[in-house]
Structure formats: structure tokens, C-alpha cells
Design a protein around this ligand. Structure first.
Ligand code: FPP
Length: 267
């Protein structure tokens, strides 16, 4: 019993949690948490449409979910949280929706930065950041500069990100380096390729979460998710709360990860 509660305390439980959340905390093993969680934040548009609201309000509600999930990951001691906030394909959306998403990003960074910093969160990005509007680039630069010394959760914002584009750019750079004699083509292995991706130096995601009932990878972390566990939920992202994250974690901890080998039972 004492051990169970010590474990719950270590996981960052708060006194306001519902009995359901309490039970989920009790089922979690603090020593078996994923180091890297990746989330495709999907369903904002449907959430708004179902309520007769403009899509922009669905995205705004989605920021609340992001806030809660970042806080929970940080208090659990998760190492990395990568969230898909804007894909290379999202430019095809109407200009006012793109502009809303960029405004929300800037607002989120301005409002949350101090709390994220106090919670030791480091903010990073993956994607073609140089193609974002200047106000978004400036806010991201400020957030990265403010938090780069932090040693807690790394919050990795995937913005103007596409997995195929990331791999294409990596291949181009590998080709340039090989042509310049900096890299022997015979030395190219999986580690070298990983080192040319936006996620260089980060562990691969252990768990990829996709809410909203869709079961696709949608060009997200194509190389990095090779051995990730996937967890899907019908819940739309703006309704996604701590409880859903804990459910995903409990489910993840009950899986047997084999990485292509055979499961080895503990002796
Ligand atoms: C997908 O839902 C969601 C997005 C394209 C954007 C996600 C953005 C946020 C949660 C808020 C802004 C982000 C930050 C970092 C502050 P969808 O619009 O495709 O939903 P639908 O499939 O129901 O239409």
C-alpha cells in the first residue's frame, strides 16, 4: 500500500483528481513510462461543427487539451512530448483557418511560456520553421531561447512538418555531405540517417496517440515511429483530458514490445 502511494505521488497526482483518475494513477508503473510520447491532435474541426461553432473555436478548445496534456506529461516525468500542430499539408486549408492556427500558437507561447519555464519544460520544434509567418517564428525563437537550459519535459512542436519531406531533406543533405567527402556512403546506417532528421539526438517515440477515431499516421514521424506502439481513441482532441492520457499509458504498459524479436518473460 505504501509503495503504491509513493508511486502515485511520484507520478504527479493532484488532490483535485477524480476517483477514476486516481484509479488510473494506481494502475500505472512509474518505472515503465514511455520516454517519448507523440500525439496527432485530431478532431478540432469536428468538435466545433458538432456544436454549430466555427472551426476556429475547435482549435481554441484544442489548445486547452494541449495545456492539460503538457502539464500531465511534465509532472509524470515523461522525457519528450511531440505534438503534431501543423502539417505541410495544412497550408491547403482556407487562409483564415491557417491564420487562426498561427495566432493560437503565438498566443499559447506568450501565455504559457513562464509556467512552462517554471516547470522546467524545454520547447523545441520540428518542421520547416523558416516558412512560418514571422510572428510565429519570433515567438518560437523566444520560447526556445528562454527554455533551452531546462532539463524536464521536452515539448516538441511539429509545425509545417511532414515525414516524407523530412526524409527527403535528410537524403539531400546526406548526398551533399557524401559528395563533399564528409561522409563515406558505406558508413551510412540507421543511426546516421536518424542524425540527419529534425529529431536528431532524441529517442524515437514509444507511444503514438491519435484521438478522433482516425487510424492513420498522416505523414507523422514516419521514420521515428517504426517500433512505436499506437493508441487510438474516438474522443475528439478538444475533449481529450488527463484521464485519456492515463488510459493510453496503462494500455501501453500492458503491451509486450518485441521490436521484431521474441517476447522474453521475466525469470
Ligand atoms: C487537426 O484537427 C488539428 C490541427 C490541424 C491543428 C492542431 C492545433 C491545435 C490543437 C491548436 C494550436 C496548436 C498549438 C501548438 C497552440 P482538424 O482541424 O483536422 O479536425 P477535423 O479532422 O475534425 O476537421
Amino acid at each position: 500500500m505504501v509503495r503504491e502511494w509513493l508511486s502515485v505521488l511520484r507520478l504527479g497526482k493532484t488532490k483535485n483528481d477524480s476517483p477514476e483518475v486516481d484509479d488510473l494513477y494506481k494502475s500505472l508503473d512509474a518505472d515503465k513510462l514511455p520516454v517519448h510520447i507523440a500525439i496527432i491532435m485530431d478532431g478540432n474541426g469536428r468538435w466545433a461543427t458538432r456544436r454549430g461553432l466555427p472551426r476556429a473555436l475547435g482549435h481554441r478548445a484544442g489548445v486547452e487539451s494541449l495545456r492539460e496534456i503538457v502539464k500531465t506529461c511534465s509532472s509524470l516525468g515523461v522525457g519528450f512530448l511531440t505534438v503534431y500542430a501543423f502539417s505541410t499539408e495544412n497550408w491547403k486549408r482556407p487562409a483564415d483557418e491557417v491564420s487562426t492556427l498561427m495566432d493560437l500558437l503565438v498566443e499559447y507561447l506568450h501565455k504559457e511560456l513562464q509556467e512552462l519555464h517554471q516547470n522546467n519544460v524545454m520547447i523545441k520544434t520540428i518542421g520547416r520553421i523558416d516558412e512560418l509567418p514571422s510572428k510565429a517564428r519570433e515567438a518560437l525563437k523566444m520560447a526556445a531561447e528562454e527554455t533551452f537550459r531546462n532539463t524536464g519535459l521536452t515539448l516538441n512542436l511539429a509545425l509545417n512538418y511532414g515525414g516524407r519531406n523530412e526524409i527527403t531533406e535528410a537524403v539531400k543533405q546526406i548526398g551533399r555531405d557524401a559528395a563533399a567527402g564528409k561522409l563515406n556512403p558505406d558508413d551510412i546506417d540507421e543511426n546516421i540517417i536518424s542524425g540527419y532528421l529534425y529529431t536528431a539526438g532524441m529517442p524515437d517515440p514509444d507511444l503514438v496517440i491519435r484521438p478522433s477515431g482516425e487510424q492513420r499516421i498522416s505523414n507523422f514521424l514516419l521514420w521515428q515511429a517504426a517500433y512505436a506502439e499506437f493508441w487510438y481513441s474516438p474522443v475528439l482532441w478538444p475533449d481529450f483530458r488527463k484521464r485519456h492520457l492515463l488510459e493510453a499509458l496503462v494500455d501501453y504498459q500492458n503491451r509486450q514490445r518485441r521490436f521484431g524479436g521474441l517476447y522474453q518473460s521475466k525469470k
